[in-house]
Design a binder for this molecule. Structure first.
Ligand SMILES: N[C@@H](CCC(=O)N[C@@H](CS)C(=O)NCC(=O)O)C(=O)O
Length: 221
């Protein structure tokens, strides 16, 4: 299987950590892609009309996109404990954690557009503040509802990879003042699946000063 990946994407890393936890990582060929809504990647668009990674090309040629769909597929390929539990209440708890994690990553990325990626003249501080409030509220919720840690599920993987990205991009320093979340996060980061998949790299967007259609890209810090 081919996993179209990005080494600095929380969603792509979620899939790769999931594959490690499911014992499937050695069945994946990982292909690095750079994607941005302002820097079209034709190879990714050919697979996913949304132009986003992760994308999985299965052995039979089936193309799957969106991290949650790919993880669902991968969970059907192994015979160990399922990472997406079948039955309530564990299933709902796992899916709720996953939903929170995806919202956390979405809000963090949106905040970063307002603080760094958008040309300075187009940034709107109230929108940055609004997105940051979601990040902070999600972290407060997690401090009050820290994952129970009994058995790893997709929600834990999604949360750890989203939080790790928040830390990597310095969106919000979530550990000080949140001892329970911090302890859980540090424990999870020590897992081999996390150690094997470090975040790295810079976002590649179109340079702000270039006219539409310019092909060059620039790496933004
Ligand atoms: N809901 C999607 C989100 C995927 C996503 O936003 N990926 C980013 C990388 S972090 C991307 O490729 N963005 C390019 C774009 O928005 O055009 C998932 O869970 O897979």
């Amino acid at each position: 299987m081919k996993l179209h990946y990005q080494s600095h994407s929380p969603y792509a890393r979620k899939v790769l950590v999931f594959a490690h936890e499911a014992g499937l990582a050695d069945r994946l060929e990982v292909i690095q892609q750079e994607t941005s809504p302002v820097q079209r990647n034709d190879d990714v668009f050919a697979l996913n009309p949304l132009g986003k990674v992760p994308v999985l090309v299965c052995d039979d040629g089936t193309v799957l996109f969106d991290s949650s769909v790919i993880c669902d597929y991968l969970d059907g390929l192994h015979h160990g404990d399922k990472l997406i539990p079948y039955a309530a209440p564990r299933r709902l708890q796992a899916l709720l954690k996953q939903a929170l994690a995806m919202g956390l990553a979405d809000a963090g990325i949106a905040a970063r557009w307002e603080s760094q990626r958008r040309p300075e003249a187009l940034r709107w501080p109230p929108l940055l503040e609004g997105h940051l409030q979601k990040v902070i509220a999600a972290c407060d919720y997690l401090e009050a509802n820290v994952p129970d840690g009994e058995r790893v599920d997709i929600g834990d993987i999604a949360l750890a990879t989203a939080l790790s990205w928040i830390e990597f991009r310095q969106v919000h320093d979530f550990q000080p003042g949140r001892p329970r979340l911090s302890a859980w996060y540090r424990r999870f980061c020590a897992r081999p699946s996390m150690m094997a998949t470090p975040l790295s790299g810079e976002t590649v967007d179109r340079p702000a000063s270039f006219p539409p259609g310019a092909a060059d890209a620039v790496a933004l810090a």
